[in-house]
Design a protein around this ligand. Structure first.
Ligand SMILES: CC(C)(COP(=O)(O)OP(=O)(O)OC[C@H]1O[C@@H](n2cnc3c(N)ncnc32)[C@H](O)[C@@H]1OP(=O)(O)O)[C@@H](O)C(=O)NCCC(=O)NCCS
Length: 182
């Protein structure tokens, strides 16, 4: 399948339901790390639920309502980036990401997110790309900052997660703020 090089042996590729076993093995390696702030680790706990989650993104892609891409490092699936929401009619979407810990700290997610956001602005005519992160998720907030996003505000106690209610920060970048091609 096609792949976009991210440098340093990393590639961005489609991540689809037929890859459920590979995805589950990756999530098993990263479950504790990924699950500290987001529900992805909990909703992909076995092969059936992993396949169902991948299928939900295949369905979103078919409806042009979301997208999902994996990050492979030296041939191993180590994370991904996605559009959880993709609203081409209103020109708004929400990007997100995750990594297993062995792949963190190399800039992979920043480069992968830049690639899909570039596509959203340049090819799909999006006007606004959002990034939602728990106020405690400093690594994710640093990604939003590296992407040139601004902090719109915080949705106080808006998201129940593992027995507490998270404050969710909303960050965004607008089409006129996105840098032109290098
Ligand atoms: C959010 C998450 C993906 C961020 O991972 P990350 O490795 O910090 O992000 P990147 O891949 O962009 O790497 C950036 C880090 O690599 C460093 N880095 C090294 N080489 C780099 C390069 N060439 N370019 C950019 N950054 C580089 C950066 O300095 C940065 O580290 P720092 O934040 O300590 O300064 C990760 O913490 C994660 O998976 N968390 C669990 C899931 C989650 O919370 N997802 C977000 C949901 S909102």
């Amino acid at each position: 399948m096609f792949a976009i090089p991210l440098g340093d042996g990393a590639e961005l590729r489609p991540l689809e339901p037929w890859q459920a076993e590979e995805f589950l093995a990756h999530m098993d390696r990263g479950r504790e790390f990924v699950g500290r702030h987001i529900g992805l680790a909990d909703v992909t706990s076995d092969l059936d639920s992993a396949r169902a989650w991948l299928q939900s993104y295949a369905d979103k892609a078919a409806a042009d309502a979301g997208r999902l891409y994996g990050i492979w490092l030296d041939g191993t699936l180590v994370g991904g980036v996605l559009f959880r929401v993709f609203d081409a009619v209103h020109g708004t979407c929400e990007a997100g990401c995750w990594l297993e810990p062995s792949a963190a700290g190399r800039g992979l997610v920043t480069r992968a997110a830049r690639t899909i956001i570039d596509w959203a602005f340049r090819e799909r005519g999006m006007h606004r790309v959002e990034w939602h992160a728990s106020s405690e998720n400093t690594a994710s907030i640093r990604v939003a900052q590296r992407l040139g996003m601004r902090r719109d505000g915080v949705l106080r106690a808006s998201h129940p997660y593992r027995g507490t209610r998270q404050d969710i920060e909303v960050w965004s970048v607008l089409a006129p703020e996105w840098p032109p091609p290098a």
